[in-house]
Design a binder for this molecule. Sequence first.
Ligand code: ZN
Length: 256
Amino acid sequence: MLWREATARWLFMRGLSEADNERLRVLSERFIARKDFSGTHGLEVTDRMQVEIAAQACILVLELGFEWYEGWSEVIVYPSQFAPEREMMDEDGVVHLTNDPMAGEAWLGGPVILSYEDVAMSGDEDVRVAGYNVVIHEFAHKLDMRNGDPNGFPPLHAEMNPKDWKRDLAFAYDDFCRKVDDADLRAEDDEGEALDALPIDPYAATSAGEFFAVTSEAFFETPELLEPAYPALYEQLRLFYRQDPLARLTGRRPGR
Ligand SMILES: [Zn+2]
C-alpha cells in the first residue's frame, strides 16, 4: 500500500499508534485534495511524492487541525535545490542580487516551495544532520506565519503562557548560538567535530524564526537529542504541537 511504503522509514513515524497513523493518513488525504501540487523543470509530482509531502506536512497539525494550513493553496516542487535571484539589502542599506541555492521556501499567504531531492533525504540517517527534514521545516514556518512574519512566535493556545514561550525559546536560542560560535572557532582544529556534535542543525542559529523551524524538525525527528539538550524548550513545543514524540519513542508517560 502506497501510504505504508511512503511513510515507513521516517523517523517521526516511530512509535506512532495505529489509530494516530490512520488519523495522519486521513489528514494527508485531505491535504492532497485541498492543495495544488505543481512541478517545475518538467518534474511530474507523482502520487507517491504527494503522499510524502502531505504526510510530513500533516504530522505538525495532527493535534492542531487542518485549519492551520488554510488560506493558501500551492505546493511547488523543484527536482533539486533552486537558486532564485533575489535582491537583499545588507546592514549598510546596499541592495545585492543573490542566488543562493535553497532546499525550500515558505511564503506568507503564498506557496510552499520544496526541492524534491531534499524531501527524499528525510529519514536518511547518513545525510547531513540527523533529523534534517525540509518539509517539517517549511511547514513550521507556515504555522509561524499564521500571525505575520516568521519570527519564532506562532499563535499560541489559550492555555499556554506567551512569557514562558518567549523565555524558554530565547534561553535555548542564546545558548545554542554560543555553542555554534564556539564550534565554529574550533572547526579548523577539530575538523568540524564540535559542529557535528551539536544536538540540532547549526542553521538554527540564523534567527529566532529559523530556530523555531529547525527545533520543530528535531522535535519530531530526533526528540531523543532535543529534549535532553533543551528540556524547557521541548516542553513548550510539546504544549504547542500537543504531541510528545519522545514519549512515543520511549513509552514515557505523556506529559510531565
Ligand atoms: Zn527556514
